[in-house]
Design a protein. Structure first.
Length: 249
């Protein structure tokens, strides 16, 4: 009985979130378009300026791919769009919670992320050659998605993201901002991995929208959608820690 009840609760939760999304859209101070202009986010140039030290830390982490969980190992809710070892995620923040083990391993990246206001989620998103992430939607319009290009295949036209009816390609060292509540998909038809620094930041809202955002994020943080990945990340990193080393909170 538990599984059917969980599916029912999930359907109800999605309906509630879509209703709240419509409210947030009305109180957004930026356009409700699939892709968004960098000018609305003053922190973007400072983050882009840190591309090289961030990429250097990515290269160190990527030397041990087996130590990086796949998206569905971190979050079982992503099993439909993440299969085998095609999509790995090295997480720094998860709905505001700082993952200290990973921040210690990448201090320059952690410092750069500390300079991003309203940061909710952040991780290295490592997409295998030839992989297709099928169409899906993000959970809430309370945040805006940003991808900073860190390792972009030499044939960018064969590596793309579609958001709504619009398609874009990543550029090395450049931020691509979009609203992930639109249906979106990613395809990497190259022989190279595509890696971005994947972050979610607070959507600019008016005062009424801001109160709604706080409620939405509080609801998400109490849900299995967030609690399960946090628990999985703690178990994963505990296994990798040197004997006798406890996590610093």
């Amino acid at each position: 009985m538990k599984a059917p009840l969980e599916r029912k609760n999930r359907r109800i939760g999605k309906l509630v979130m879509r209703t709240l999304d419509a409210f947030l859209a009305r109180h957004s101070t930026i356009p409700n378009t699939p892709f968004l202009h960098q000018a609305a986010f003053p922190w973007v140039p400072a983050l882009e300026a840190q591309t090289e030290p961030i990429r250097a830390e990515l290269n160190q982490v990527a030397q041990r791919p087996a130590d990086i969980p796949t998206f569905h190992e971190m979050s079982p809710d992503q099993a439909r769009i993440s299969t085998d070892d095609n999509w790995r995620t090295f997480v720094f923040r998860l709905f505001g919670r700082r993952i200290e083990d990973n921040c210690r391993r990448c201090p320059s990246t952690a410092k750069a992320l500390d300079g991003v206001p309203g940061l909710q989620n952040a991780w290295f998103s490592i997409l295998a050659p030839g992989y297709h992430i099928p169409p899906h939607r993000g959970p809430t319009k309370a945040v805006v998605r940003c991808h900073l290009g860190l390792a972009i295949p030499a044939q960018p036209e064969q590596c793309w993201i579609r958001v709504g009816e619009q398609t874009r390609h990543w550029r090395q060292g450049s931020c691509l901002l979009f609203d992930d509540t639109y249906e979106h998909e990613v395809r990497n038809d190259t022989a190279e991995a595509r890696v971005v620094l994947f972050i979610d930041v607070d959507r600019p809202l008016d005062a009424i929208g801001e109160r709604c955002r706080r409620m939405v994020l509080a609801l998400l943080r109490t849900s299995s959608y967030v609690k399960r990945p946090l628990a999985n990340l703690e178990r994963w990193n505990r296994r990798l820690r040197p004997a006798g080393q406890d996590q610093l909170c």
